[in-house]
Design a protein around this ligand. Structure first.
Ligand code: NAP
Length: 309
């Protein structure tokens, strides 16, 4: 067997990728982590994290990312900013095509995460960045004493709406049902906020405005009634989709595109492991992502040792 460039390539630099990198570097594997944007993944835009153990007062997503990155790099993790465009998992040496070259390894951990979904209604593309956003940390401060709306009823929608109340004078939460999916403690806080008003049983069917967003067109799914809600900004938090297009048909995925793995984080391709939000998993948390990653790194190490004899 010819030599690969690396023992292990990790795709993605969120909590899962950085944790896999920490474990792999400590196992003295020759490892590189490829990150398309900046390390941190979705938590970089999370204002405050309260449910990651060890930080009783909470910690910002940016600081947790910085700490995780420093820790992995201290043990020798190499991090490169580039995009994985396509993969060839057909042989025992895996090949990954980046923007300007191909690199190879004996094992791969996919930790490419997930991204906010769009709703797909008229005006959504046109007003994106001109009133429409998926990032409260980035865009919330623009709405000081303004009126904003949030779409969705999950943890992200409720947690980020609470963050928006620091700036906006009013936050409508538009949800398609009359019950929230978010965890109870977040629900309690949202119900207690005098700045949050729920628009239940409702979906947004379009966005209108002149240069920037001015109105969300809202339809009540029970009565069929439509209203135009005047808003300065609107945040879309209706769930996430896997960042996995670069994988093509190379690997088994569920109907939503999330990667299927066994309890060792082994995917349908031997030597290719997965960790974090891109995995088909019942819970997407930092705590679960880093648990996946520790297992994936140990499994990858085992696979590499076996391959190298
Ligand atoms: P999510 O839990 O899947 O919730 C998506 C919400 O959007 C649901 O309320 C859903 O309504 C609604 N929705 C979905 N499609 C829609 C559509 N086409 N039109 C209108 N509404 C739609 O997604 P998420 O809140 O982004 O969270 C993603 C993952 O990250 C979850 O596992 C979550 O627990 C985790 N997370 C955790 C924390 C935390 O622990 N504090 C914070 C953020 C995220 P239905 O309820 O009717 O399905």
């Amino acid at each position: 067997m010819s030599n690969a460039d690396y023992d292990l390539i990790i795709i993605g630099g969120g909590p899962a990728g950085l944790t896999a990198g920490l474990y792999a570097a400590r196992a003295r594997l020759k490892v590189i982590l490829i990150e398309k944007v900046v390390p941190g993944g979705q938590i970089v835009v999370t204002d405050w994290i309260e449910n990651y153990p060890g930080f009783p007062d909470g910690i910002s997503g940016a600081e947790l990312t910085q700490r995780m990155t420093e820790q992995a790099q201290r043990f020798g993790l190499e991090i490169e900013g580039d995009e994985v465009v396509s993969v060839d998992f057909s042989g025992s040496i895996k090949k990954l095509t980046l923007s300007d070259r191909t690199i190879s390894s004996y094992a791969v951990i996919i930790a490419s995460g997930a991204s906010p979904k769009r709703i797909g209604v008229p005006g959504e593309d046109a007003y994106y960045g001109r009133g429409l956003s998926t990032c409260a940390t980035c865009d919330g401060p623009f709405y000081k004493d303004k009126i904003v709306a949030a779409i969705g009823g999950g943890n992200t929608a409720i947690q980020e709406s609470l963050f928006l109340t620091k700036f906006a004078k009013k936050v409508y939460i538009i949800h398609r049902r009359d019950k929230l999916r978010a965890e109870s403690i977040l629900q309690e806080r949202a119900f207690a906020s005098d700045k949050i008003e729920f628009v239940w049983d409702s979906v947004v069917t379009g966005f209108t405005g002149a240069k920037t967003l001015e109105k969300a067109v809202v339809r009540n799914v029970r009565t069929g009634e439509t209203q135009e809600l005047p808003v300065n900004g609107c945040f879309i938090w209706i769930g996430i989709a896997p960042n996995a297009d670069f994988l093509g048909e190379s690997i088994r995925r569920d109907p939503f595109g999330f990667i299927i793995a066994d309890e060792r984080m082994q995917t349908s391709v031997p030597g290719v492991f997965v960790a974090g939000d891109v995995r088909n998993t019942p819970l997407r948390q930092i705590a679960t992502a880093i648990g996946d990653a520790a297992i994936a790194a140990a499994s990858a190490e085992h696979h590499i040792q076996h391959l190298k004899g």
